[in-house]
Design a protein around this ligand. Structure first.
Ligand SMILES: Cc1cc2nc3c(=O)[nH]c(=O)nc-3n(C[C@H](O)[C@H](O)[C@H](O)COP(=O)(O)O)c2cc1C
Length: 218
């Protein structure tokens, strides 16, 4: 009897250790190349040419493009104050960008300008209801963390600000993609519950919308 209990205890410990090892292997930080923070297309041209494109090539974008894209989206532009490329009410900086690609899904860490891999699965198909999401190279999901908004702000107000904050980030991405010759479309046609489930979000987190990026389809 004693031996059996000991065996069960050892097996449980082994299972916990194994799952910790798997998590440790999954959660790696991938540093992005230094972002290109100057140049690009003249602003007025980018505004004139900006458009939503819904046809994507399956070709990957380069690491440099991914770096520049995320920096343009919501990177740190004024490091001395920790301020970013998009504004947020009371500087809450509540939006997190989940980056969903064929080789896994990641959280953008703006302080390190890095991607933290959260899982190895290809979850692209869950990021929207339009067929191109499953094969386009990059799908980003904008998630607001309401716990960064402080006390005394009601649910409707938090949601209102969160949507606005994601909008600014989305437009930064549109302008970057226009300048870089990449295709993009922001997407509200998403299954928020499914995304909550697959990205393992907490009750404090609100899925706002998603955005796809890649080379234009031929
Ligand atoms: C909040 C928001 C949600 C949108 N959702 C979708 C969407 O789910 N799927 C889609 O194909 N386009 C979506 N769009 C893109 C719009 O359809 C597009 O911006 C509009 O048709 C105008 O085209 P333009 O962006 O080229 O100016 C969305 C745009 C916004 C601002």
């Amino acid at each position: 009897m004693k031996y059996r209990k000991l065996k069960i205890a050892l097996l449980s410990i082994t299972a916990v250790l194994l799952s910790l090892c798997t998590m440790a292997q999954t959660e790696i930080t991938v540093r992005l190349p230094e972002p290109t923070t100057s140049g690009g297309m003249p602003l007025m041209d980018a505004l004139r040419l900006r458009e939503s494109i819904r046809s994507f090539d399956t070709a990957e974008i380069s690491e440099q493009q991914l770096s520049d894209l995320l920096w343009a989206a919501f990177g740190v532009s004024r490091p001395e104050k920790g301020l970013r490329t998009a504004p947020s009410a009371r500087n809450w900086q509540d939006i997190d960008i989940y980056v969903v690609m064929s080789n896994g899904w990641y959280l953008y860490d703006h302080t390190e300008h890095a991607l933290v891999r959260k899982g190895r699965e290809d979850l692209r198909t869950y990021t929207g209801t339009q067929s191109f999401v499953a094969t386009a190279p990059v799908n980003m999901v904008f998630v607001s963390d309401h716990s960064r908004m402080g006390e005394g702000v009601d649910e409707a107000t938090r949601s209102f600000y969160a949507s606005n904050h994601a909008g600014y980030i989305s437009q930064n991405i549109y302008l970057y993609c226009t300048s870089e010759g990449l295709a993009t479309v922001v997407r509200g046609l998403i299954d928020r519950e499914k995304i909550r489930e697959v990205l393992r979000l907490t009750d404090n987190q609100q899925v706002i919308f998603a955005q796809t990026v890649g080379y234009p389809g031929r």
